[in-house]
Design a protein around this ligand. Structure first.
Ligand code: PMP
Ligand code: GLU
Length: 398
């Protein structure tokens, strides 16, 4: 008898988390692995945010919170959206959940019917396609490559829209490619979407502050003609080094926010009360910590791009945001060393893990075979040593 549902059987495991787990296991065996697989800031959560959490414990914020989050936090998020993004959202349009991943899952569960199509430009973050499947939707992928800096064109978008299109998931700055859409590029995509008013834009803006373009990241919701069709996904994980606190949110049309609140009321209830108070401090306190971390990531971006370009077989673009490098690695396919025959990027990632002791992620996890992803959210010393090992291991492949 089959005990596990088809729903879960059809789901792929999260490769980012799996690779990170594997590297932790090797570390536990005493192997000195440098983990460039999972994407999470290596900084500690800033002190004023931690202090707010301690205060929340002492002040007995130990009861259930309202399902969509404390009103004070939702107000702080609405103010952030106005201050930083020029967007007008009422607190009632904001639902706080257990991380941006949960917020995204909520939106898809609340808006996608079986058979509905969701457009996903690829390379795309690991969880998008799987969460669409979980909601019963069908993924419509728009593949891109390094030649177009991993960005889709309005013509590609137009060609992928059908009467069954329910939504598009847009991630800028992108995980895994680091690409950032300019205002003009987003405007051109918005022109296409505005002509399809039944379609939602799910805008994943979790990396908005990890931006090296020198200009503001534009939110597609800032264009009035598509604002009412847009759901923003964001949270504190990346900007404030708070991945373990598990606070994210969606800012959505009122009807969608209401539906998500109903769903969340049955599935998880309000997010952790202590973590919500910490997130509130993140949004209302000094933003200097965000800029300090951004600067560190930019320095590391420059470092890894330089180190990657010294390796002849890697083809890498210069990421404009987030903290990932996504080199094309197909020049190593068909080569061998130390008993490893490299057929694809999965073999290459395994070879690098086992022989160079550097954990990366196979591009196939992002629907982009032929690439690997390296997270540079780690110290400069780790990055220099990781690239030294990668260069040596790759040079052996013949
Ligand atoms: N979206 C993207 C593109 C991400 O990289 C992540 C990080 N895992 C998330 C959403 C989810 O973030 P979290 O659940 O930690 O808030
Ligand atoms: N966003 C991170 C990554 O892509 C965290 C892992 C995850 O949530 O999948 O590596």
């Amino acid at each position: 008898m089959q005990t596990i549902s088809d729903r879960v059987l059809s789901l792929a495991a999260s490769q980012t988390l799996a690779m990170s787990q594997k590297s932790a296991e090797l570390k536990a065996q005493g192997i000195d692995v440098i983990n460039l697989s999972v994407g999470e800031p290596d900084f500690n959560t800033p002190a004023h945010i931690k202090e707010a959490a301690v205060r929340a414990i002492e002040d007995n914020f130990s009861f259930y919170s309202p399902v969509p989050g404390f009103m004070s936090l939702r107000k702080a998020i609405a103010e952030k959206l106005s201050r930083e993004n020029g967007l007008t959202f009422a607190p009632e349009q904001i639902v706080v959940g257990n991380g941006a991943k949960h917020a995204l899952c909520n939106v898809l569960m609340a808006t996608v019917n079986p058979g509905d199509e969701v457009i996903i430009p690829t390379p795309a973050w690991v969880s998008y396609c799987e969460l669409v499947k979980l909601a019963g939707g069908t993924n419509v992928l728009i593949p891109t490559g390094i030649d177009s800096d991993f960005k889709i064109t309005p013509a590609q978008l137009e060609a992928s829209i059908t009467p069954r299109t329910r939504a598009i998931i847009l991630c800028t700055p992108s995980n895994p490619t680091g690409s950032v859409y300019t205002r003009d590029e987003l405007r051109a995509l918005a022109d296409v979407i505005a002509a399809h008013p039944g379609m939602l834009i799910i805008a994943d803006e979790i990396y908005e502050h990890i931006n090296y373009t020198g200009s503001e990241i534009v939110s597609i919701a800032s264009f009035p003609d598509v604002a009412g069709q847009t759901v923003i996904i964001n949270g504190v994980s990346k900007a404030y080094a708070m991945t373990g606190w598990r606070i994210g949110y969606c800012a959505a049309p009122a009807e969608v926010a209401k539906a998500i609140t109903k769903l969340q009321g049955q599935m998880t209830s309000g997010a952790s009360s202590i973590a919500q108070k910490a997130a509130e401090a993140a949004y209302t306190g000094s933003q200097e910590c965000v800029e300090e971390m951004r600067k560190a990531f930019e320095r590391r971006r420059d470092l890894v791009v330089r180190l990657a370009r010294e390796i002849p077989g890697l083809v890498a673009n210069e990421p404009q945001g987030a903290f990932y490098l996504f080199p094309e690695v197909s020049s190593y396919f068909g080569k061998s060393a130390r008993g490893y025959n490299i057929k694809d990027a999965s073999d290459l990632a395994m070879y690098l893990l086992m022989e160079a002791h550097v954990a990366t992620v196979d591009g196939a996890a992002f629907a982009a075979p032929g690439y690997i992803r390296l997270s540079y959210a780690t110290s400069d010393e780790n990055l220099v040593e990781a690239f030294r090992r990668i260069a040596a291991a790759l040079a052996e492949l013949k």
